[in-house]
Design a binder for this molecule. Structure first.
Ligand code: SAM
Length: 471
């Protein structure tokens, strides 16, 4: 039985409800009257439910698809302006006891080199990341009770926050580790993490169990109910995602939205972010062995629809995607991107990109300076801001600000100031020249005179080398 308020995975992600939804969407995909009425509702910018969203995903009418794209672009502009938040993943350990058939870290892979960073090695990685200009990290680790216990993750977070190198500091640590207990989520919260991220991989229970044949991750309910436990443990911001390519994308899309609806129904706040990873080639993994890969076109449509259906949820795209694909989906709704990522354990402190411990092939291999410049050339403001989280604007407090449009008043100036820090401390001359011009022009887009004046004052101080602001 489908019940978005239930705490049982099989009830809030009901297989029957998804099948009914897909049948309803298929039956109505050419019902342009219905499609138009859903599009009208979407224009109110309050989101759509999984049934309405699935009809739009099934609709193949080119004119209507273009309306979806324009609407996504508009919602993106209205809620997120032209800011793009920057982050980098940090791989702590690739020891893993799970058997995920799509992941090279799976326990049965005997030829991948296993590595776990010591606290000293973490320091080196963090210094390398700070020297690029990063302020926000996503911690990644395989699941291993003795090699990567929660104590190791907590100690690593403490190490990361403690490192102040030149003008650098990591100001927000998000965490992407395996599903765990309420008690451990509480410990992560106390350690000061930002978002807890966990990809569902697939919402299809039967496929899930086949794709995760061994290890604790095999338990579909434990994995799917993880965000409930995280929120119970006090974590306000959770990040959802599915790994596109494992199952039928229409099924995953409906499941993803149902998961967001469930969190909203139970906790009064939906996911902080949604990630849209696609399966990539990796050691021991050939993506063509999986039947459900999606085209760039379908991928773009999914991104646009996520933007329309959950307008207040940030959307994340990683370096799994190429520059060209990133360019397209940033316009359609992505609000956070990684830059200069290394998906190997210890990869940042090495000169050459090591591949022997890598999780997947990175398509976008540009430096952070290049990524920042590229964004600015397209008139986006790369933002290194972490203020929301540091000022307690998380969970429902963040959502309220976002829903009332007020978030723009603080995000825009903060983005400009953190960009200024980046330009002064880390950028190449060419990037800095473009950035200074952009900041000058963007100052005019700060609506309140008083805020604009404060921002100018702070920018001048950053120019003089003062770095004691709390962004
Ligand atoms: N071990 C944690 C867990 O089980 O949730 C999360 C860390 S894992 C390093 C992060 C994510 O990488 C996984 O959730 C999965 O979606 C993704 N991933 C694994 N193999 C991949 C591949 N071959 N291509 C792209 N992404 C992959």
């Amino acid at each position: 039985m489908y019940d978005p308020k239930s705490r049982k995975a099989e009830e809030f992600i009901s297989h029957e409800e998804i099948l009914d939804t897909l049948a309803y969407a298929e039956a109505n995909k050419d019902n342009l009257e219905l499609v138009d009425s859903i599009l009208e509702k979407a224009k109110l910018r309050k989101g759509l439910d999984h049934r309405e969203a699935s009809v739009l995903l099934a609709c193949e009418n080119e004119e209507r698809i273009q309306i979806m794209y324009s609407l996504a672009e508009q919602i993106k502009k209205d809620f997120y302006g032209n800011r793009i938040v920057m982050f980098a993943p940090l791989y702590l350990s690739n020891y893993c006891i799970n058997g995920c058939t799509y992941c090279p870290y799976h326990g049965q892979n005997k030829h991948i080199k296993r590595k776990k960073l010591t606290q000293e090695e973490i320091r080196n990685e963090v210094i390398a990341l700070q020297d690029m200009g990063h302020k926000r990290l996503a911690l990644e680790a395989g699941e291993h009770p003795t090699m990567n216990p929660i104590e190791y993750i907590l100690e690593s977070i403490q190490t990361i926050y403690s490192i102040k190198h030149k003008n650098g500091a990591i100001r927000r640590v998000n965490v992407n580790i395996a599903a765990t207990t309420v008690e451990n989520y509480r410990k992560l919260k106390d350690a000061g993490i930002g978002t807890y991220i966990l990809f569902q991989e697939t919402y299809h229970k039967e496929s899930y169990e086949k794709l995760h044949p061994t290890g604790p991750k095999h338990d579909y309910a434990y994995h799917t109910e993880a965000m409930d436990r995280a929120m119970e443990g006090g974590i306000d911001d959770v990040g959802l995602g599915v790994l596109f390519g494992l199952e039928l994308y229409k099924y995953e899309f409906a499941g993803l939205l149902m998961h967001a609806e469930h969190l909203e129904a139970v906790f009064g706040v939906g996911p902080h972010t949604i990630s849209v990873p696609r399966l990539k080639k990796a050691d021991d993994i050939d993506p063509t062995q999986f039947d459900n890969g999606i085209s760039d076109e379908t991928f773009a449509k999914i991104c646009a629809l996520i933007r329309i259906c959950v307008p207040y949820t940030g959307m994340i795209i990683s370096t799994r995607e190429s520059q060209a694909v990133r360019e397209k989906v940033i316009r359609l709704g992505v609000s956070q991107i990684s830059g200069a990522s290394r998906t190997s354990v210890g990869g940042y402190s090495e000169e050459e990109r090591p591949t022997d411990t890598e999780q997947f092939d990175v398509s976008d291999q540009r430096t952070l300076d290049e990524v920042v410049r590229w964004l600015m050339e397209m008139d986006y403001i790369p933002s290194f801001c972490t203020a929301c989280y540091r000022e307690g604007r998380t969970g429902d407090r963040f959502m309220t600000l976002c829903k009332t449009g007020q978030i723009q008043n603080c995000c825009h100036p903060n983005a400009l100031m953190t960009l200024k820090e980046f330009l002064m401390d880390y950028a190449s001359e060419k990037t800095r020249a473009i950035g200074e011009k952009l900041i000058e022009a963007e100052l005019n887009n700060i609506p309140k005179d008083i805020v604009r004046e404060i921002c100018k004052d702070h920018l001048a101080k950053i120019e003089q080398g003062i770095r004691d602001f709390r962004f």
